[in-house]
Design a protein around this ligand. Structure first.
Ligand code: NDP
Length: 272
């Protein structure tokens, strides 16, 4: 077994906590990076049920864990548990990186998405988009909206539950409009920040007349429904591996203070 229940976790330094966590690629990429930067210790995957989050944090702190990554469905609970924030993660409402002893939280998905967007537009020879179509209004979509607001990219937001989209836009006071139908035309980038692909679905994007780039924050099989639908309309697509590696590198840098080479993490991901 490559993961542990929190009560059975061995002594360690770093881990990803989530529920489920067995599928996580984080241990592979972080362990490769730890070896590369000469840091001792292991990075593990630990299952923590949502209603046991506080107890598990105390336990892992006692065991000597220094830094944690937090994944679905625990990012909101992690934000509540932290007592201080190193960035806007409390505004976003989600923490994905914790320094346990200090109870400080960050959201390095922010850096992850910024790097992925830059990569996608550089690879396709484009400049910063004027307008982006954002699909979704969950934690990941909030990160995308926060980045776009910060770098001055206008956003059209579509979400299945439109009320949630309005709440998200109001929260950021962003340069963003909520739209009824996900029409890609008029935007240069479309980002799928939904979890629809986990059940084999893709958001119902109308690609007619679109000549831009498609980005899915997911990777592997769950990114395929959206990217297949984009590619069927001649649109170049990118999945969320770069984002995963970049958020991981940013977390490891926060825990160790050392620069972390993202390419080592990407290679480890490609091997899995
Ligand atoms: P949330 O549960 O917070 O939000 C899920 C979103 O998906 C909601 O907007 C929801 O809409 C929408 N949705 C779910 N099912 C469907 C469907 N069948 N059709 C249309 N919309 C749907 O999840 P997160 O925001 O935390 O994560 C979203 C995805 O992004 C996850 O799959 C996650 O793995 C990925 N991600 C990747 C990262 C990376 O490093 N590459 C980092 C962070 C996230 P509604 O409000 O209507 O329910």
């Amino acid at each position: 077994m490559n993961w542990f229940e929190w009560r059975e976790a061995p002594v360690g330094r770093f881990a990803v906590v989530g529920d489920p966590v067995s599928h996580s690629l984080s241990p592979a990429m972080h362990n490769a990076a730890l070896r590369q930067i000469g840091e001792p210790g292991e990075y593990r995957a630990i299952r923590v049920p949502l209603d046991e989050f506080g107890q598990a944090m105390d336990w892992l702190t006692e065991l000597g864990y220094e830094g944690l990554n937090v994944t679905v469905p625990l990012k909101g609970a992690a934000m509540q548990w932290c007592e201080a924030y190193g960035d806007d993660s409390d505004v976003i409402g989600a923490v994905n990186t914790i320094l346990l002893a200090d109870r400080i939280g960050w959201n390095t998905d922010w850096e992850g998405f910024r790097v992925l967007l830059e990569f996608a537009i550089r690879k396709t020879g484009r400049g910063l988009p004027k307008r982006l179509l954002l699909l979704g209004a969950g934690g990941a979509a909030r990160v995308v909206l926060a980045v776009c607001t910060d770098i001055g990219v206008g956003v059209k937001v579509w979400n299945r539950n439109q009320k949630k989209a309005h709440q998200m836009v109001d929260l950021f006071g962003a340069e963003a409009d909520v739209i009824d139908d996900p029409l890609a035309i008029g935007c240069e980038v479309v980002v799928d920040a939904t979890s629809a692909g986990l059940t084999g679905d893709a958001p119902p994007v109308d690609w007619e007349g679109f000549d831009g780039v498609a980005i899915d924050l997911k990777y592997g099989k769950s990114a395929r429904p959206f990217l297949d639908s984009a590619e069927a309309h001649g649109v170049i697509g990118f999945d969320g591996r770069i984002m995963l590696a970049a958020q991981g590198a940013a977390s490891l840098n926060l825990w160790t203070g050392k620069p972390v080479p993202m390419d080592v993490m990407l290679t480890a991901l490609d091997e899995h």
